[in-house]
Design a binder for this molecule. Structure first.
Ligand code: ZN
Length: 288
């Protein structure tokens, strides 16, 4: 059964997908993908995200400075981001956020962090707050990444002078179930990632029972966060560094896996996700 699919968070412009992009760009609409929110993570990739959104009507651009890239930002990053948002009224803000894994737990030689200065949490927080204010001023939703810093994220959002009025997305929500209500009261939506279908991620999967029905979205984060191999309907060869690459076509399996977990029919879940995606990213897009 095919249903309309929405990928609330990914990085289709990523160089890991580049060798396969021609094929993928045809596969996704054929699968029923109606919309993908493609997130830039640093100043260098923002033009590429905008270019992708010009080439494909089903791509909505999102621009932001990801916590991994905070330490290498240029002095003019705010002006660049602000004028890019002015020039692209459909754009959202993201991927932004807080990451304590990078500062406290990542190996010094992790190939994904090579060449990046690892900004301490306080510095990440400043840059995150600035971007929340930009999203608020530009009246667009924000997409937030958080690893190991849920308390700090909660504090930052609660004390922010202004949050985006249309709401914000906590992508691949892996925080405690107890914080969901408070985040939702602040305007949060929560996206489910198929990575949580892994038996070792049972806690994160179970958390999604507590997400309010009208705040649930679905994402792949492709090429990151691969599904357990049992669930992978679409496969790609590993990255040059040997990391598994998540094919964005696995969005369909992500829907199927979540529907099975929630005990909900696929069409019912898909209808709900469609409504929620439009509500958060409206007025950037209009329902079909
Ligand atoms: Zn991401």
């Amino acid at each position: 059964m095919s249903v309309p699919l929405y990928d609330a968070h990914n990085h289709l412009h990523d160089e890991w997908l580049a060798p396969h992009w021609e094929k993928i760009s045809l596969q996704l609409p054929a699968l029923g993908l109606r919309l993908a929110i493609v997130n830039g993570t640093n100043e260098a990739d923002w033009p590429r995200v905008l270019e992708f959104s010009r080439q494909h009507a089903w791509i909505l651009p999102s621009l932001g400075l990801h916590p991994w890239h905070v330490g290498n930002r240029s002095p003019s990053w705010i002006a660049t981001l602000s004028s890019a948002l002015d020039a692209a009224p459909s754009a959202a803000v993201g991927e932004i956020g807080l990451d304590r894994w990078m500062t406290d737990r990542a190996r010094p030689d992790d190939p994904r962090l090579v060449g990046l200065r690892r900004a301490p949490l306080e510095e990440q927080r400043d840059v995150f707050s600035t971007q929340l204010a930009l999203a608020s001023a530009h009246v667009c939703p924000a997409t937030i990444h958080c690893l190991g810093a849920w308390g700090a994220l909660h504090d930052t959002l609660r004390s922010a002078p202004a949050l985006p009025t249309c709401g914000f997305l906590l992508h691949a929500y892996g925080g405690p179930a107890e914080l969901i209500k408070s985040f939702a009261d602040l305007g949060a939506y929560f996206s489910f990632n198929g990575y949580f279908l892994d038996a070792r991620r049972a806690r994160q999967l179970d958390t999604f029972r507590h997400v309010p029905p009208d705040r649930l979205l679905i994402e792949t984060d492709a090429p990151a966060m691969p599904l357990p191999s049992l669930w992978r309907t679409h496969k790609l060869p590993p990255s040059p560094e040997g990391f598994a690459i998540n094919h964005p076509g696995n969005i369909e399996a992500t829907y199927t896996g979540l529907a099975a977990f929630l005990g909900e029919s696929l069409p019912s879940l898909a209808t709900r996700i469609e409504k929620n995606t439009f509500r958060l990213f409206d007025p950037r897009i209009s329902p079909p």
